[in-house]
Ligand binder design. Structure first.
Ligand SMILES: NC(=O)c1ccc[n+]([C@@H]2O[C@H](COP(=O)([O-])OP(=O)(O)OC[C@H]3O[C@@H](n4cnc5c(N)ncnc54)[C@H](OP(=O)(O)O)[C@@H]3O)[C@@H](O)[C@H]2O)c1
Length: 300
């Protein structure tokens, strides 16, 4: 078992031990997750600092850029430390307008897995999430064929573990009937808690829940209640939001994104904040009726 001093300790994804405090690489690409970063060396520095600080879980996708974040991860960290696990996603392409068109037919999925392997410089991908839905959010589509394709690639030895993203509870169940699911990556944060029941069900089954947009993503979390709790505790709203997630359930893994070494350090320091039952009660009134996804579209 790998030990860590990072807040939250560790979790085991299949047979991979990861720090519950991970790092989401999406924001390292250019504006709206297209093209190269404005500061190439700064992006490499953030990735190296994440590993230096003990993070062993980096979340990415070859659609980021496209190909940009995976190549940055390779440039910054290859050959990878043995305990580092890079988790990627397949199931969406990018178009010239920066959209995220679904790409879940068998040929597209196979191509995406090989693109990830090549751009990350790996022979086997530790964990691949099948990204479902579209720019409007989750969709009640069947996942059996697409997940079956990834299960075949897993049997071929190209993937160790599988997960799903942007998935409804029904889609998680359908995927689990095809192959083991070790994590579900959906949008969830202090203000967006549609998945409360799903999180508890997954926790009971030992499956990780990885909230994307833990800090609100393209629309940073804003709430007077959050600000007042943070001020009372002498912390930042980001620290409270991350600490709340770690305390929400032991199966929650954090992948906050940042392009700043300073913010990365602040987030690690802040996530260890201990919230009392009184703080949690106060925070429980926060609700935001909107939804947004990787496209950055705010659907309020
Ligand atoms: N499965 C999916 O469909 C899906 C969708 C979206 C995202 N994801 C994954 O989830 C990860 C997390 O999402 P995200 O990065 O978009 O959103 P996020 O973690 O909620 O927020 C990132 C934003 O918060 C800012 N930030 C971070 N720490 C801060 C601090 N201490 N002070 C002030 N601002 C701070 C960042 O700006 P700075 O760069 O200035 O720090 C960035 O703009 C992504 O990296 C990606 O891997 C998955």
């Amino acid at each position: 078992m790998v030990s860590t001093s990072l807040p939250g300790g560790t979790w085991t994804l299949g047979d991979l031990t990861v720090t519950r405090f991970g790092y989401g690489a999406m924001q390292l690409a250019g504006p709206w997750v297209m093209g190269p970063p404005a500061d190439h060396h700064g992006a490499l520095a953030v990735l190296r600092e994440a590993v230096e600080l003990g993070i062993t879980h980096i979340d990415t996708a070859d659609a980021y850029g496209p190909h940009v974040t995976n190549r940055l991860i390779r440039e910054a960290l290859h050959p990878y430390p043995r305990d580092l696990h890079v988790v990627t996603k397949v199931g969406a392409d990018r178009d010239a307008q920066g959209g995220w068109p679904p790409a879940r037919d068998p040929a597209a999925l196979r191509r995406a897995v090989h693109d990830n392997l090549r751009n990350l410089g790996l022979d086997v991908l530790d964990l691949v999430n099948l990204r479902l839905g579209d720019a409007e959010g989750r969709r009640p589509e069947s996942v059996a064929e697409a997940f079956g394709t990834l299960a075949d690639l897993r049997r071929d030895g190209l993937i160790r573990h599988l997960g799903v993203s942007n998935a409804t509870a029904e889609q998680v169940a359908e995927a689990r009937a095809v192959a083991p699911v070790v994590c579900v990556q959906n949008m969830y944060n202090l203000a967006h808690r549609d998945d409360d029941e799903l999180i508890d069900t997954l926790a009971a089954d030992g499956i990780a829940y990885v909230p994307f947009f833990p800090l609100g993503g393209f629309s940073p979390l804003q709430s007077s209640t959050l600000s007042s709790v943070a001020t009372r505790l002498g912390a930042t709203p980001m620290a409270v939001a991350l600490a709340w997630l770690l305390q929400r359930s032991p199966n929650i893994l954090l992948i906050p994104g940042t392009s700043s070494v300073t913010h990365l350090r602040e987030n690690i320091a802040g996530a260890g904040l201990v919230l009392t039952p009184g703080d949690l009660d106060e925070l429980s009134v926060i609700r935001w009726a909107g939804t947004a996804d990787e496209s950055g579209v705010d659907h309020r």
